[in-house]
Write a protein that binds this ligand. Structure first.
Ligand code: DX5
Ligand code: ZN
Length: 216
């Protein structure tokens, strides 16, 4: 079985997105990962919906939207308008997570919940059955090119056990510091979707890098 690869646009060349998106379209990845930041939930700002409108037009892959913003529920319609496949919200940003998850699903998107490195998997015990996707951050969100936090491997195993115990259909995605080595460890631990920013876009041959991760 092949691994879903979701290259992160954050590491692309913003001066020439057309070229990078043509590479993505030609590659074996199934998703494109889109990191939206607000400078409040995370200490950085990336890009917003006016830019993403053009990305969505040029990209033929499924859009995997990761919102690193406070009150993500305010933007469900904007994300839907992009034609997004997934909408990932942070557990730490949603006091009324159950409601937000239902709203994302009602809007016709896959509902993903993301956990920061310090948030335990057990926090999802009462909502795992409603989720299409759980994304574990393997770095503190806000920047590409950071070092993978090894404890994530334990969290993946714990999450896999929770999914099996409850019969949940959620996919497991990991975001941050993924490369050939950490990617292999993650897939062995039970991951379905690998996000990779620097490993793909800074590689000498991004197509080969995507294919390697896809074959894990
Ligand atoms: C970090 C973002 C990641 C980032 C990953 O806040 O959520 O998606 O782009 O970049 P790499 O793979 O370079 O760690
Ligand atoms: Zn991300």
């Amino acid at each position: 079985m092949s691994t879903i690869v979701s290259p992160s646009l954050l590491s692309a060349n913003f001066g020439d997105l057309k070229t990078d998106l043509a590479m993505i379209n030609q590659s074996k990845c199934e998703w494109l990962h889109i990191d939206v930041m607000d400078g409040v939930f995370v200490p950085n700002i990336s890009f917003g919906f006016p830019v993403l409108k053009y990305v969505a037009e040029l990209c033929e892959k499924k859009l995997d939207v990761h919102l690193m913003i406070v009150q993500p529920e305010k933007f469900i319609q904007e994300v839907k308008a992009l034609g997004a496949y997934t909408m990932n919200v942070h557990f730490e940003a949603c006091p009324h997570l159950h409601r937000v998850v239902q709203q994302i699903k009602e809007a016709g998107m896959k509902a993903g919940v993301t956990l920061n490195p310090a948030t335990p998997v057990s926090m999802l015990a009462d909502i795992i059955g409603d989720l299409d996707l759980v994304m574990l951050m393997s770095v503190n969100p806000g920047f590409g090119g950071q070092k993978f936090i090894p404890h994530t491997l334990e969290k993946v195993k714990e999450l896999r056990a929770l999914i099996e115990r409850t019969g949940s259909k959620a996919l497991i995605e990991v975001d941050g510091g993924v490369n050939r080595e950490t990617g292999k460890q993650l897939v062995e631990a039970g991951v379905d979707v690998l996000v990779a920013g620097n490993a793909v876009f800074k590689a000498e041959n991004p197509l080969e890098e995507i294919e390697f991760l896809n074959n894990l």
